[in-house]
Design a protein around this ligand. Structure first.
Ligand SMILES: *Cc1c(COP(=O)(O)O)cnc(C)c1O
Length: 465
């Protein structure tokens, strides 16, 4: 190695001297000493390589520290942590979908901490069945003969197609060949299941005769898919569920419906018409309905399958089920959430409470928050704005919810600077931006979130003074 490189390398601070810095210990609290050390030495290794490659002729100690700090901050931000959702999107997939009900949280904690009767029958003292009670609750709530729970709805669809249609044909309307959430694509799930996709109709129009003429002796089932956020408007036509059930029955096929969000209760009275409930689908004669546990059901990530007992029994003995098996904490949370549905205690389920919150309640919450902020931040522009919130999770895409937000503009910080600051706050706060203002939608705020917002903005103000 030649000398100038050597001299620069020798001048680099030692790892021990870096780890002895005061600011580092703050990161040790969050990440642990060995993680901090590994991140710091990674940065130093890269620096050495750059020096040896001749890309750096001098290195200031300050710059080294700044680079290490940047990497540690990135790592801390990646840790799973609670945050404030002020976006007004209730089932926000990027923000963890549904927050759990208090009862569900407590049930998870008690089951997680201890042994449980997960697969043990306390009546007979013998081996029992995982998910028995959850399945019973799902049957009662939806009116289905039988139920099964897997890891998520994508898994539910995959299991149904694989167990019932592998090596055979599945008919799907072209208008329903959707991609959901960036990675769940109906044609890909079908291919993965080993079933053969038979597309019928066109993107905007599908008629009963399209299904009829696609049926062969190779057809196993008809799949109906909730189009989620995707809508074709104007010159459209799709086949009603009841026509599909008739068609399936006459042809000796099964009708499977991926309902996506899976609304358990009719929300028409709360101003949300138009989504079929799971029990309506069952009543209409759909053989199997699949839906998510963490969308409007308001529970943990899970995939629920309800419908005909003979079909569910085939899925129960299908080997893929083992790979999609739900964890005890999921079952605990789902069981507690379904018990709340069963009791009709929807206001205890945060996602449902948020979706059905009245405009008057939201207005008074927004006014209260705005009043506090005006007092704390006299030089800022603070006002209450009427906004539209979103159910999310693919349900009710045509029904924006009337809501309220507090609009805030700082006299000194740009909207981007303020958003950056809020994302780095503890807890991070995620909000919307409209023009020069930040919008804090109150619908999706949980207990205590208003205080976090107030604290964060006061701190941002203090920082700029
Ligand atoms: C959300 C959704 C899925 C995926 O469900 P996960 O529980 O996220 O796996 C599948 N189909 C439809 C129609 C959906 O809306």
């Amino acid at each position: 190695m030649n000398d100038p490189f050597n001299a620069i390398l020798r001048a680099l601070p030692s790892m021990d001297s870096l780890l002895a810095k005061g600011w580092i210990s703050l990161f040790e609290d969050e990440l642990g000493r060995s993680a901090v050390k590994s991140i710091a030495s990674e940065a130093m290794d890269e620096l050495r390589k750059e020096i040896i490659a001749g890309q750096r002729m001098e290195v200031e100690e300050n710059a080294i520290e700044e680079e290490i700090r940047r990497r540690l901050e990135v790592r801390v931000k990646m840790k799973l942590k609670p945050l404030v959702n002020a976006t007004g999107v209730v089932v926000h997939t990027n923000l963890g979908r549904s927050p759990l009900a208090q009862e569900a949280i407590e049930t998870v904690a008690s089951i997680a901490r201890s042994y449980s009767n997960l697969e043990y029958d306390l009546s007979g003292g013998s081996r029992g069945h995982r998910g028995d009670h959850v399945e019973w609750l799902l049957e009662r709530i939806t009116g289905a003969e039988s139920a099964l729970v897997v890891n998520n709805n994508a898994g539910a669809v995959l299991l149904a197609l694989s167990a019932l249609a592998k090596g055979r044909e599945v008919i799907v309307s072209r208008g329903e060949l959707v991609e959901i959430g960036g990675s769940f694509r109906i044609p890909e799930i079908l291919e993965l299941s080993g079933a053969k996709l038979v597309e019928v109709g066109t993107t905007n129009r599908t008629y009963p005769k399209d299904y009829q003429s696609a049926i062969t002796d190779q057809t196993a089932l008809i799949l109906k898919v909730h189009p989620s956020n995707y809508r074709i408007v104007g010159f459209t036509s799709s086949v009603p569920r009841s026509t599909l059930t008739d068609l399936a029955r006459q042809s000796g096929l099964y009708l499977v419906e991926d309902l996506g969000s899976g609304v358990l209760e009719d929300l028409t009275e709360s101003g949300l018409p138009g989504e079929p409930t799971v029990s309506e689908c069952i009543k209409d004669g759909v053989d199997l309905v699949t839906f998510s546990g963490d969308k409007l059901l308001g529970g943990p990530q899970a995939g629920c399958i309800v419908g005909r007992r003979d079909l569910l029994d085939r899925m129960r003995s299908y080997p893929l089920l083992r790979a999609l098996r739900t964890d005890k904490m999921t079952l605990a949370a789902l069981e507690a959430t379904l018990s709340l549905h069963m009791r009709g205690d929807w206001s205890s389920i945060p996602a449902l409470a948020m979706v059905t919150a009245s405009a008057e309640d939201l207005l008074s919450r927004a006014e209260a928050l705005a009043e506090k902020l005006k007092k704390e931040l006299p030089s800022w522009r603070v006002s209450v704005k009427k906004v539209y919130d979103v159910v999310g999770g693919g349900a009710f895409p045509e029904h924006p919810l009337e809501g309220y937000a507090v609009a805030v503009a700082s006299p000194h910080m740009s909207e981007e600077e303020l958003c950056d600051f809020l994302r780095s706050f503890k807890p991070p706060i995620i909000c919307n931006v409209s023009g020069k203002s930040l919008l804090f939608h109150v619908r999706t705020l949980l207990l205590g979130d208003e205080d976090h917002i107030e604290r964060a903005l006061v701190e941002a103000w203090g920082g700029e003074r």
